[in-house]
Design a binder for this molecule. Structure first.
Ligand SMILES: [Zn+2]
Ligand SMILES: [Zn+2]
Length: 445
């Protein structure tokens, strides 16, 4: 018998954590935290697994909404094996350490984080890493019959979908996936169908525009808009996630410069993005040996911003966080850039609608002025479509290819989940589509 429960956010981009029980064995897929919350508020509801076996934690990629509660999960389920790809292991190490500092800064001086640096040092030795396409069993004295395989998810470096096979049953969890290639990463690979249960992300399920955008044209539109700001002597800031967006946007800017679409102005990157660049530089070559020389990203970095340094245009700035969480570099920079019409703040990825980045995209200027503490917002705001997620037609195409008997949609706002559920019911009438609630138990076989 297989049972499923969404332990983390079933709706929206919150803490991802999906539990599957195969008789006496249990697997937790991802151990995320809600990037917009702090402390226990940010955790999945691990209480739901009080009486359940947790034999393994399998992590799909190193974004916080997928790994942010890993230390808490390891403390809670100390006998669980911890599986991920080699790149995810390295990135997780860096990200969790950084996240700890972010939590302390956000929480103020009385805040006690749920784990500390020595604990992070201790748990890194538990990570067992496996490459794409290399099946491996659940490591235990007794043969569980469970087998895992990672598939390249095309989302960020090291990102994986997880195929779980057990007594002839097959479950595939996409993690975050992108079917077509980006500027650095190649597109996702999926296992052969049919699949008994597909657990799919739904980030762009409500975005009708994403599927119409052609990446080369969008890059040219981006170059045109950036050029206009730079010619006026302005600064263009891209609020970006340190992991993934920063490297992809850097590669795109380099691509546009080499073709004469962008002038040679300084490109600044804030601290965490640079640390991640180093990891990308070390590992990209291993993953795509034909396409990347070691040190490819270092060769694309033209300037480094240091805290306290004043920004002068013309320049491009890649600053974390992508959602402009208060206290982050992109939030602080927005306060200095917002009033000047020569400057631009350009959005290039997903943002939760209730975060400052979401408010910018929705042109909620009154709320933003209060939040940023500025008198006026005159800078130019643009939204571009360079997502690291599949658009909804690609998600449907993936589902058609995998021919699942059951599909669970997750990792999306309600309209996104509902669009995909309705469309899948229409196109795959023999598949059962489920939109579970957090904490709801489903029995699958
Ligand atoms: Zn992600
Ligand atoms: Zn995610």
């Amino acid at each position: 018998m297989i049972q499923y429960c969404s332990v983390g956010a079933a709706e929206g981009i919150g803490a991802s954590a999906h539990y599957l029980q195969f008789d006496r064995w249990g697997v937790l897929l991802d151990a995320g935290s809600d990037p917009t919350a702090n402390g226990v508020e940010a955790l999945p509801d691990y209480e739901l697994l009080e009486e359940r076996p947790v034999s393994a934690l399998a992590l799909t990629h190193a974004h916080l909404d997928h790994i942010g509660s890993l230390p808490v999960a390891i403390r809670r389920f100390p006998h669980a094996r911890v599986y991920m790809t080699p790149a995810t292991a390295e990135l997780t190490d860096q990200l969790l350490y950084h996240y700890l500092q972010v939590q302390r800064k956000r929480g103020g001086k009385d805040f006690i984080p749920l784990y500390d640096e020595p604990f992070l040092e201790a748990i890194r030795y538990l990570y067992q890493s496996f490459d794409y396409g290399q099946p491996f069993p659940l490591h235990s004295y007794e043969d569980s019959g469970l087998r895992f395989t990672f598939y390249d998810a095309g989302h960020i470096l090291g990102s994986a979908g997880v195929l779980l096979e057990w007594r002839g049953r097959r479950v595939f969890y996409t993690g975050n996936t992108r079917k077509s290639s980006q500027f650095i990463l190649q597109g996702a690979r999926y296992p052969e169908g049919p699949i008994d249960l597909l657990i799919s992300e739904a980030t762009y399920g409500a975005d009708a525009r994403a599927e119409t955008v052609r990446r080369p044209e969008e890059a040219k539109r981006f170059a045109r808009k950036v050029r206009q700001r730079l010619q006026l002597g302005g600064v263009v800031m891209l609020p970006v996630f340190a992991l993934g967006r920063t490297q992809e946007m850097l590669a795109m800017i380099q691509h546009l410069r080499l073709r004469g679409h962008l002038p040679s102005v300084p490109v600044y990157i804030t601290g965490m993005g640079l640390k991640i660049n180093k990891i990308y530089d070390r590992l990209l070559h291993n993953i795509y040996p034909d396409r990347f020389d070691p040190g490819a990203l270092r060769a694309m970095t033209f300037g480094q911003w240091r805290r306290g340094q004043k920004l002068h245009g013309p320049a491009i700035l890649l600053a974390t966080s992508g959602m402009m969480i208060p206290g982050s570099p992109s939030f602080d920079f927005a306060r200095t850039l917002a009033a000047d019409p020569r400057n631009g703040i350009y959005f290039v990825g997903y943002a939760d609608p209730e975060t400052p980045a979401g408010l910018f995209r929705e042109q909620q200027h009154d709320r933003l002025k209060a939040l940023l503490g500025v008198e006026a917002i005159h800078c130019q705001v643009e939204v571009f479509q360079f997502s690291a997620h599949s658009h909804r037609q690609d998600l449907l195409a993936m589902a058609l290819q995998l021919r699942p008997r059951r599909i669970i949609f997750t990792h999306g706002e309600a309209p996104a989940l509902e669009w995909l559920a309705a469309e899948t019911r229409r196109r795959l009438p023999r598949s059962e589509v489920i939109l579970p609630q957090q904490g709801e138990w489903l029995t699958l076989a």
